[in-house]
Design a protein around this ligand. Structure first.
Ligand code: SF4
Ligand code: MG
Length: 324
């Protein structure tokens, strides 16, 4: 609720603070148990920071995070230890996030050793079980990360993330570094694990095409703000925010005769240290009007499960989009 994460910009000898990068700027968001919430936006829009703040890996500048109705910031050390097990993260880079000098058995078994102080024998049994669960050959558990392919390394990262039976996982660009064919295998694995283990995912990606397959709902971020939230089918069928529409029109369409006008994003992403006045998207928006330059639109509920932050949201019909 009302999450903010500001990073100070310091200069000179005395580290004078001259401003702030508003990586996450007042975001309120609910994620339902058992769902996959896809979070998309161009790089630098603050989605990874939001993921880390939600996991309490970084402290929010202000605002609150609730897990199971409990305020995370108010938890004592014992509750936080429990929370560490309930919430896990899968990183983008399966190369950088696995220690190259550790055998895979030690990488996957590490959380069990640290959090549960399990015996070597129990850890080994659990590692075999986890490797089988994620589709890896458990007889290779004393090999090193470099002996595995990119997709297999991502499976190692996933096995480690589920070792402690978490309930909530943030997957931060978990498939972005993989080839498209390997991507879908890993996405399928994540969906299978979700069903079998009752997991809830916050699935972060920069492209909408990746989240489409896996997400129940999607949130679109722009410069630290959430600009649209919708059920996945609705978002793809009828984007309400011009930025969502622009992201969608960047996806190649399989049916060329149903051509929608391509909305081209003008200019580059502005700096989050010095965001544009009013609606942050206005310098790049083809529908911007005077009001947009002055007044920041609030995220508003437009129907059940549907929120948009825009003074002039696109209408629910393809025709209207073209008339605008
Ligand atoms: Fe475009 Fe205005 Fe909507 Fe911002 S508020 S997205 S500038 S129409
Ligand atoms: Mg990121």
């Amino acid at each position: 609720r009302h999450l903010k994460k500001y990073f100070p910009i310091k200069t000179g000898l005395f580290n004078r603070v001259v401003g702030h990068v508003k990586a996450v700027d007042d975001i309120t968001l609910g994620i339902y148990e058992g769902e996959t919430f896809g979070l998309v936006g161009e790089s630098g829009c603050g989605k990874s920071t939001l993921g880390r703040v939600v996991l309490h890996l970084q402290r929010a500048t202000s605002g609150e995070v609730f897990f199971d109705g409990k305020n995370v910031q108010a938890m004592n050390s014992q509750q936080l230890r429990r929370l560490r097990q309930d919430m896990q993260i899968i990183f983008q880079d399966p190369f950088g996030s696995l220690n190259p000098r550790f055998q895979v058995r030690d990488i996957i078994g590490e959380p069990l050793r640290v959090h549960q102080r399990a015996s070597a024998n129990d850890i080994d049994k659990k590692v075999v079980e986890l490797m089988e669960l994620v589709g890896l050959d458990a007889s290779r558990r004393n090999r090193y990360p470099h002996e595995f392919s990119g997709g297999q390394r991502q499976r190692i990262g996933i096995a480690r993330a589920i070792a402690l039976n978490p309930r909530f996982i943030v997957a931060d660009e978990a498939v972005s570094a993989l080839d498209v064919s390997v991507q879908s295998q890993v996405l399928n694995l994540l969906m299978k694990l979700q069903k079998e283990l009752g997991l809830t995912f916050l699935f972060i990606a920069h492209g909408l095409n990746v989240v489409r397959h896996i997400s129940d709902r999607v949130g679109v971020m722009y410069l630290g703000k959430l600009v649209e939230v919708a059920r996945t089918e609705e978002l793809f069928a009828n984007p309400l925010h011009p930025y969502t529409a622009a992201l969608l029109s960047a996806i190649p369409r399989p049916t060329p005769h149903r051509k929608k006008e391509r909305i081209v994003l003008q200019g580059d992403v502005p700096s989050p240290a010095n965001p544009p006045s009013g609606c942050r998207f206005h310098p790049r928006c083809s529908f911007a009007q005077e009001q947009c330059r002055k007044v920041a639109p609030e995220l508003q509920i437009v129907s059940s499960d549907r929120q948009v932050a825009c003074h002039f949201p696109l209408e629910y019909s393809e025709m209207k989009v073209l008339i605008h």
